[in-house]
Design a protein. Structure first.
Length: 89
């Protein structure tokens, strides 16, 4: 059985292939873990622009609770990049 992950925005539970995975590096900067194989603790978000928008809103309102220690500004940048990727496809 694949481990089940949970979206930081909508809390949907799915296997990790359904998500983007974001990890924090040693400087607490958010980085997209494209191959999903980094040993760092990660957070997951649906490959869905609605979830990305909602996560961005929650960060702005300081309402996003995360299990990893990550710099908010760098997380915003990663999410915006992911958003643009989805918009274009
Ligand atoms: Zn979601």
């Amino acid at each position: 059985m694949e481990p089940i992950r949970c979206c930081i925005a909508c809390r949907a539970k799915k296997t990790k292939e359904n998500f983007f995975r974001i990890v924090a590096n040693d400087e607490k900067k958010a980085i997209l873990d494209k191959k999903q194989n980094s040993n760092s603790r990660g957070i997951y978000i649906c490959r869905d622009k609605k979830c990305i928008e909602n996560a961005l809103k929650a960060i702005t309102k300081n309402k996003l609770k995360l299990k990893i220690n990550v710099d908010n500004q760098s997380l915003v940048e990663v999410l915006k990049e992911l958003g643009e990727e989805i918009w274009e496809n």
